[in-house]
Design a protein around this ligand. Structure first.
Ligand SMILES: [Zn+2]
Length: 81
């Protein structure tokens, strides 16, 4: 199984939704859920930095550092036509 490398698009809906800028794959979808917020603090929704290469394999997701070549077990996603 190869990891698919996506490119994070800008977060939408205040960070509740984020897709790949290239193929549209949903990277984050928290719509319909309620993030846990510590009482007295503003909610901080973690998002992928826009333009970051984000690899997904199964349910795991990780960042491919800038400048690193993709490994043999990583492939770029294909742009949606
Ligand atoms: Zn993609």
């Amino acid at each position: 199984m190869k990891a698919t490398v996506h490119v994070a698009g800008p977060p939408e809906l205040g960070g509740y939704y984020q897709t790949c800028a290239r193929c549209g794959h949903v990277l984050i979808d928290l719509t319909g859920s309620t993030p846990m917020v510590v009482e007295g603090q503003d909610p901080v929704i973690p998002v992928w930095p826009t333009g970051e290469r984000v690899a997904t394999i199964g349910n795991a997701t990780y960042v491919v550092p800038t400048g690193r070549q993709l490994g043999a077990d990583e492939i770029e996603c294909r742009a949606a036509s």
